[in-house]
Design a protein around this ligand. Structure first.
Ligand SMILES: Cc1ncc(C[n+]2csc(CCOP(=O)(O)OP(=O)(O)O)c2C)c(N)n1
Length: 619
């Protein structure tokens, strides 16, 4: 095996180019085998194996800097940069990260996970290089989905203007997670479908540039004519107008061709955009055939392509999708919006059933939220479904365009809480804190899927902006009748006078279990399902203080600072109550198993019961 002898880019550079296709094959096999065991981003990684080899073959990393947008496609990069032997631990607790991480390797020069920032990062690093009189290369590798994100477009606009030498490699596989959307995508597909333009490009440039000039007016006319003809004939003219030298499109699986064009790009002392065409899922047939099913996968059987565990339990995501379809049947004003995460947010069924009322805004969380504000302003009932971590991008839009204007937009915030194997960049553990600062926003979290349905209906009937947050978890139905939702009203699920668990969302069932454990020790805990983090149920909190000797433990799957518990503490600041907040630490939390991490941070039934016992009942 060639790969046995490759531990870093220096080893790679010692290989003849003819060996590189075989190396690519071996890396692919390792990626497929490992992803089948651990799960991960299979299709994006299979598409960039040749590109990764070529980049490390031509450039001199880590002195030259490569920034992988999102970083979900960095597996081959990790294998080639000293992490081959740990690769089996990818996405596992304590193992190699599934994204690029500055903590992990000097070859990962930026920690990534959120899309569309690589051009900005690369540009900053390139400017700093020039200001410091250094001369290394800076390269951003960005997908055709990510390049349509607002940040990437802002950076392209700026980079072309500054003329700082840098290379943007556009990895165009015609896919985001689902099929790509938008006008830029149509433009790229136009270039892809006319490969002959590529070969013609240099000739066209040269021929036009050598047309003779005959006096000023004629020169202007000829110049206009040249630009007109170029825009018809030169691929990538859009990028050229932005100030980039456009190279390509080139076959992203032909290593020799890639090496040649990268060497050429490295000689150009201005911003260059290299457009490579790749196949998402390349080399594993099921992934090539259905790349969107293979973007991110759970462990699977390589021969059949079937997932190893068949999970038939209802997730909150599925419950949300079904509930929204049911409500949309009753109300034609309901509209669903995703930011490039149709499947992930459970909207696939809605898209099929109500195609004209479904919008995929692309990787554009900010735009998706303000687009919803526009719809709500004109009388529609928009529901924007976004993961907690990604909606961080739209904080300003929620504040200014939705809440300041009191528009009844519903934010359906999925993956709120610990997310598991994706780790640091994807944790949804800050949303309660940043949403609670916004005046006039109703913030809810359901205790089970039935309550999620009730809350969604409540939010859609509300005249205020609402946020509804729910975890990456399966439903565990509470064995209780749930009273109807009333704004800012909590409900008592279990009576007890020794202490009170005042819990929200996923922590309600955990608190019920903790109360059952305390009951075995003769301690009676009241359990309250808070339902709302804003507005808080002031009366209920004061009743709990009076009925439970002022002993309250709040519980939430969010960081401590600025969260639900902190809001309760603030509300009761002068009440004399003894409030303890059970929450996640104010930190960035690494990849791991959700259940184990909740246990570690004190958010399991055993740990909550222990907390109560140690605080008030140990003699
Ligand atoms: C801000 C943000 N929104 C959404 C995502 C989720 N996400 C991860 S990869 C991806 C698609 C990226 O598509 P593309 O750039 O074309 O790369 P490909 O996976 O096709 O290689 C999306 C939407 C994210 N990582 N960051």
């Amino acid at each position: 095996m060639i790969l046995d002898h490759i531990n870093n880019p220096q080893d790679l550079k010692a290989l003849p180019i003819d060996d590189l296709p075989q190396l690519a094959q071996e890396i692919r096999e390792l990626i497929i085998k490992t992803t089948a065991e651990n799960g991960g981003h299979l299709a994006p990684n299979l598409g960039v194996v040749e590109l990764t080899i070529a980049l490390h073959y031509v450039f001199d990393t880590p002195a030259d800097k490569i920034i992988w947008d999102v970083g979900h496609q960095s597996y081959a990069h990790k294998i080639l940069t000293g992490r081959k032997d740990q690769f089996a631990t990818i996405r596992q607790p304590g193992g190699v990260s599934g994204f690029c991480s500055r903590n992990e390797s000097e070859y990962d020069c930026f920690t990534t996970g959120h899309s569309s920032n690589s051009v900005s990062v690369a540009m900053g690093m390139a400017e700093a290089r020039d200001l410091s009189g250094q001369d290394h290369h800076v390269i951003a590798v960005i997908g055709d989905g990510a390049i349509s994100g607002g940040m990437a477009l802002e950076a392209l606009n700026h980079a072309g203007d500054l003329e700082t030498p840098m290379l943007v490699v556009l990895n165009d596989n015609e896919m985001s997670i689902n099929h790509n959307v938008g006008a830029l995508n149509r433009y790229l597909s136009h270039i892809r479908s006319h490969p002959k333009y590529s070969r013609a490009k240099n000739n066209v440039h040269q021929a036009l540039d050598h047309l003779p000039g005959l006096g000023k007016p004629l020169t202007r006319a000829i110049s206009n004519f040249k630009n007109g003809v170029k825009s018809l004939l030169v691929p990538g003219i859009f990028f050229e107008y932005l100030g980039f030298t456009y190279l390509g499109p080139t076959d992203g699986h032909n290593i020799r061709e890639l090496i040649e064009i990268l060497r050429q790009a490295a000689t150009i002392k201005r911003p260059v955009l290299l457009h490579t065409i790749t196949v998402k899922g390349k080399g594993y047939e099921p992934a090539e055939l259905h790349p969107h099913n293979w973007h991110g996968v759970e462990p699977f059987d390589i021969t059949t392509g079937q997932p190893k565990s068949n999970n038939l339990h209802l997730t909150y995501t599925a419950a949300f999708g079904e509930a929204l379809c049911g409500l949309a049947e009753e109300d034609p004003n309901i509209i669903a919006i995703t930011a490039a995460m149709t499947d992930g947010t459970g909207l696939t069924g809605f898209k099929k059933q109500f195609p004209s009322r479904f919008f995929d805004a692309g990787i554009a969380e900010q735009h998706a939220v303000t687009f919803a504000a526009g719809l709500a302003n004109a009388g529609k009932k928009p529901v924007v479904a976004i993961y907690s971590s990604f909606i961080q991008r739209a904080y300003d839009q929620i504040m200014e365009d939705v809440c300041l204007q009191k528009l009844p937009v519903v934010l359906a915030i999925d993956r709120a809480g610990i997310v598991g194997n994706d780790g640091y960049t994807h944790q949804g553990i800050y949303d309660l804190s940043f949403l609670l600062t916004i005046p006039g926003l109703t913030v809810m979290a359901p205790a089970d899927a039935r309550e999620l349905r009730m809350m969604l209906r409540f939010a859609l009937n509300s005249e205020r902006p609402s946020a509804l947050r729910y975890p990456k978890a399966q439903d565990r139905e509470l064995p209780l009748v749930l009273p109807k939702i009333e704004l800012g009203k909590a409900v008592i699920l279990r009576e007890g006078g020794d202490l009170c668990f005042f819990a929200i969302g996923s922590m309600v069932s955990v608190a019920l279990d903790a109360a059952a454990l305390l009951n075995k020790r003769g301690i009676q805990a009241r359990v309250v399902n808070a339902r709302f983090a804003a507005p808080l149920d002031d009366l209920m909190l004061r009743d709990c203080i009076a009925s439970c000797h002022g002993r309250i433990i709040t519980a939430e799957e969010n960081v401590q600072e600025g969260g639900f518990g902190a809001a309760c503490q603030m509300l009761l600041a002068h009440s004399g109550a003894d409030i303890t907040t059970a929450a996640l630490p104010h930190d960035f939390i690494a990849q791991g198993c959700r259940v184990q991490q909740l246990e570690k941070y004190g958010l399991s039934a055993e740990r909550l019961a222990e907390m109560a016992y140690n605080q008030w009942f140990r003699d």
